[in-house]
Design a binder for this molecule. Structure first.
Ligand code: ADP
Ligand code: MG
Length: 388
């Protein structure tokens, strides 16, 4: 089977002629647990996927960026000096943005000819954008001999997305793409931005981590996201803490009692309960994985995370609830929606020999409910961005 990593060299020759100086790769990611905790300075536990973006690149003498994507029309050419937040748009802004961010950080980056090619399912929330940024960032880092740390590369990729593309996303995706490791998940403290790789290898334990892309149409996502963030900020202000991360599980009841009366207080209580219990679940899961426990033990935490997103944070939709319920019914150890919500993917941790049964169960439940058939794949915890 040929994938992006193989195709990209041929595409490079067809686009620019000759051979690239090298090929680089950066993975997409899926979040195992820790949802809507990132902007509360909390904890997340993504893993880098097998799917990602390949970049074939060659430095050029002139200070220009020439970039082509196998997934898009045409080749884009930009003068490096002219790349700025208000001068680029569209998909090439993710690539140009990396050059801008590296230059802003004081690094000299050479002109570049680059072809990118990815295999991350579109619109599933598996972070093709970070994979694209990180593939190009590691390429430039090597070609310019910058010798930047993974954290610095993640920061540059995030700046590209925040400042040049204009998407107000946190740093989880880029950190996961750069710090991923085969057989491990990446535990991130979103306050300190420290990354720790914790062992997570379902296949070695006879398990499969299934990703069920519900393909549910996303609606009102931006507005709902902003509303959840506002509620969290408001609750933290009432509680007098910098962020909800500072409310411990032990202090939760106390905190909930101080959130005021009426419907507004009730709403804030639900939101805070999700964030505080979700952070605690991430730490529980990390604790179990760190001590080498059987990965099956994390199943209940995954399922509890889903219930919390459904009942307290109210970010699920019938498609994801149906997939989770059907997977659990068919014997999954745990299942939850992953990603920001209102659609997207469901993760299910299942015995390898129960995968077929779980898939049949989800398909049957979808057919009964009249939902469009989901697409599914296996998540394999993979290495982070690298030269191929
Ligand atoms: P996600 O990161 O969850 O996949 P985003 O909306 O953040 O979704 O990023 C998707 C965007 O990233 C695409 O619309 C496109 O502009 C860009 N992108 C991702 N992969 C590629 C690719 N292989 N080639 C060109 N652009 C890409
Ligand atoms: Mg993205």
């Amino acid at each position: 089977m040929t994938g992006p990593a193989e195709r990209v060299e041929t595409e490079f020759a067809e686009t620019f002629g000759g051979k690239p100086e090298g090929r680089w790769w950066a993975p997409g990611r899926v979040n195992l647990i820790g949802e809507h905790t990132d902007y509360n300075d909390g904890f997340v536990l993504p893993l880098a996927l097998e799917q990602g973006v390949a970049a074939a690149a060659r430095p050029v003498d002139r200070p220009v960026l020439r970039v082509r994507s196998v997934q898009q029309e045409g080749t884009v050419e930009l003068a490096l000096a002219e790349i700025a937040p208000d001068t680029v748009s569209g998909w090439s802004a993710y690539v140009a943005g990396v050059a801008w961010a590296l230059r802003e950080a004081g690094h000299d980056v050479p002109g570049l000819e680059v072809v990118v090619d990815g295999d991350i399912p579109a619109g599933a929330g598996l972070s093709s954008s970070a994979a694209l940024e990180c593939a190009v960032a590691v390429a430039w880092n090597d070609l310019a001999g910058l010798d930047l740390s993974r954290d610095d590369l993640a920061a540059a990729a995030q700046r590209a997305e925040n400042d040049v593309v204009g998407a107000p996303t946190g740093g989880m995706d880029q950190m996961a793409s750069l710090h991923g490791r085969s057989g491990h998940a990446v535990f991130l403290d979103m306050r300190s931005l420290r990354a720790e790789q914790v062992p997570f290898d379902p296949p070695a334990a006879g398990l499969t981590l299934l990703v069920i892309d519900t393909r549910a149409p996303h609606a009102h996502v931006d507005g709902e996201y902003a509303e959840r963030r506002r509620s969290c900020t408001q609750a933290a202000e009432i509680l007098g803490v910098p962020a909800l991360r500072d409310v411990s599980l032990d202090g939760l009841d106390d905190a909930l009692a101080r959130l005021g009366d009426g419907a507004e207080g009730d709403l804030l209580r639900m939101r805070v309960r999700h964030v505080v219990t979700e952070n605690a679940r991430v730490l529980d899961v990390v604790g179990a994985l760190r001590s080498g426990d059987d990965p099956r033990v994390i199943g209940p935490a995954l399922t509890a995370s889903h219930a919390s997103m459904r009942d307290d944070f109210e970010i699920t939709v019938p498609e994801v609830d149906t997939a989770v319920a059907a997977a659990l019914e068919a014997g999954a150890h745990g299942a939850r929606m992953t990603g920001g919500g209102f659609g997207g993917c469901v993760l299910a941790l299942v015995e390898a020999d129960a995968v077929e049964a779980v898939l049949r169960a989800v398909e049957a439940a979808y057919e009964k409910a009249g939902f469009r058939a989901p697409s599914t794949f296996v998540a394999t915890a993979s290495d982070g961005a690298r030269k191929l």
